[in-house]
Write a protein that binds this ligand. Structure first.
Ligand SMILES: [Zn+2]
Length: 374
């Protein structure tokens, strides 16, 4: 892992690089984040940088023997501890039993949370934990002689998932650390980590990704145009996983926008036949999608109302939505905006309460017919 693969976080990167270059490397460090900000990747890039023999001022070299082994996630002095779903029948009881899956997973994911890893393990509904059996592994690994690295690294993802036996063993190691050993822990819920571990580790809070860094990444990695990238970055609120999710639901957004336009056009034209047809179509898309659609309509009504004030910093629309707003926004005004929102909200409640969706959407269209002309 390289610092350059991680979006933004320039201050954190500078801090880690400075730590490596000055040789002031705390032996126990706890990286914390709220999710999707790259803390695991930062810890791994830091470990690689610490051991790179030809590092530059900004990153590991990528070709020294240490980097090559780090690239393959197979350095003999790099150890991983992470939550697993134990499967005795398949002889999967400790982290090392999952190493092939874990390495493949890390090769594919720079940003991830527990959900992604659970999917990769095919965990189903099982909980993932770091079992007590892992404590012997940790003690054993750290009692070995260091093979070749400058720093042996134990990278613990989610120390909050440690079985108490294991957490206490880790605490002992932290209290009496073996020479040249660095324990990097990465947590999304640091308050759940054993208090004595928290207090003995140097804490590094990884902040949300800055909107401009996120937008830039979305443009270069996904080819989004600047306006869309800015919009998605805003929605994602510093969490790259959320940004990726937002991009993947784009298709749905497109469908919703078309349906929203259709409802408004039908109602304006008082085209009852078209209203009926659309209600039938919307009745067929499933309850969850219906609710999402009605929530989307409320957002768009709000955005069109705000659009009238010409304050772009308050508007969060993608390009297609904004194009539509040029012509549509004059129809949303102080005389109808609250009633429109209320009707959409009521429709959403009715869907939740299992009212026949054909009736809900047809009824909604009729009400909009009256409201839109105010
Ligand atoms: Zn290197």
């Amino acid at each position: 892992m390289y610092f350059r693969d991680i979006i933004g976080q320039e201050a954190i990167k500078r801090h880690l690089i400075e730590s490596a270059r000055s040789g002031v490397v705390p032996h126990a460090q706890l990286f914390t984040e709220r999710g999707g900000t790259g803390s695991f990747a930062l810890a791994l890039a830091y470990a690689q940088y610490l051991n790179c023999t030809e590092r530059s001022e900004t990153d590991a070299c990528g070709h020294c023997p240490s980097c090559l082994k780090y690239d393959a996630l197979a350095h003999p002095d790099l150890h991983f501890v992470f939550p697993i779903v134990a499967k005795k029948e398949r002889k999967k009881e400790i982290c090392d039993d999952y190493l092939p899956e874990w390495r493949a997973f890390l090769q594919e994911h720079t940003y991830f949370g527990l959900d992604e890893w659970l999917d990769a393990m095919e965990a189903g509904n099982s909980q993932a934990l770091i079992y007590s059996k892992e404590s012997d592994e940790i003690v054993h690994k750290l009692s070995l002689k260091i093979y070749e690295a400058e720093y042996r690294v134990l990278l613990v993802w989610m120390p909050e998932k440690l079985h108490p036996t294991c957490a206490n063993k880790l605490l002992k190691v932290i209290e009496e650390p073996p020479a040249k050993t660095v324990i990097l822990m990465v947590s999304e819920t640091p308050d759940m980590v054993l208090g004595t571990i928290q207090s003995r580790a140097q804490r590094l809070n990884i902040p949300a990704i800055l909107p401009e860094d996120m937008a830039h990444a979305l443009e270069t990695r996904f080819g989004l145009v600047p306006e869309d990238a800015k919009y998605v970055a805003h929605l994602a609120n510093g969490n790259f996983l959320k940004a990726v999710e937002a991009i993947s639901v784009n298709e749905e957004t497109q469908f919703f926008l078309e349906q929203f336009k259709q409802i408004m056009r039908n109602s304006w034209a008082r085209n009852v036949k078209a209203m009926k047809e659309q209600a039938d179509l919307l009745a067929s898309i499933g309850r969850e999608k219906q609710k999402n659609f009605l929530a989307y309509c409320q957002r768009l009504v709000r955005e069109n109302f705000v659009y009238r004030f010409q304050a772009p910093e308050l508007n969060y629309m993608n390009r297609d939505e904004a194009t539509f707003a040029i012509r549509f926004s004059p129809f949303v005004n102080e005389r109808n905006v609250f009633d429109l929102m209320e009707e959409l909200d009521k429709a959403e409640q009715h869907i939740t309460q299992n009212v026949n969706p054909k009736m809900v959407f047809f009824d909604l269209a009729l009400k909009i017919t009256v409201l839109i002309k105010r």
